[in-house]
Design a protein around this ligand. Structure first.
Ligand SMILES: [Zn+2]
Ligand SMILES: [Zn+2]
Length: 165
């Protein structure tokens, strides 16, 4: 899928104006760097290195963490819990969405996919135990379509984190 990063950043700037939150130059730059990795997730460490080589040679880890905190709070990006990496939310225009991440163990591609039904099942099951779920994170590890058809890699590891006992 092709995305126009410029268009995307303009959309996000408008959303920030509308929400009366400040998209500083640093936050915008971190978002731009994350957007460039459209099909990949990126670690805070790699982001820091990119930021230092792109525009802020003296960027500190705290610069990255503050920007990430802001972008997560505004739901422009997601944190992949199982790998501790970050990626652009493909559905940031929607107020809320249920999604699953498909993470390829071979090429590291991450796909965000909206899903229906799973949330209802989880909430229903939790209710039976008197448990109230505040949020779910569903991350499935395996092999993407391309890797399934082009490699001999057979390592799969599915984690359904929210249901892990
Ligand atoms: Zn999302
Ligand atoms: Zn793959």
């Amino acid at each position: 899928m092709h995305i126009n990063i410029q268009t995307l950043l303009i959309q996000i700037k408008k959303i920030c104006e509308h929400r009366h939150v400040k998209l500083t130059a640093q936050r915008l730059e971190v978002l731009r760097l994350i957007s460039q990795q459209y099909h990949q997730s990126i670690s805070a460490y790699d982001l820091l290195n990119l930021l230092r080589t792109s525009s802020l040679p003296h960027a500190k880890p705290s610069t990255i963490y503050r920007a990430l905190h802001f972008l997560l709070a505004q739901r422009f990006i997601h944190r992949i819990e199982s790998t501790n990496k970050f990626m652009l939310c493909k559905y940031f225009l929607e107020l809320s969405h249920n999604f699953v991440f498909f993470i390829c163990n071979h090429c590291k591609q991450v796909t965000e996919q909206t899903i229906k039904g799973v949330e209802e099942i989880l909430h229903h099951t939790a209710k039976l135990r008197g448990f109230v779920i505040s949020n779910n994170i569903i991350e499935s590890h395996g092999l993407c379509f391309n890797c399934t058809n082009s490699t001999h890699v057979s390592i799969t590891n599915s984690s359904f984190l929210s249901q892990r006992k």
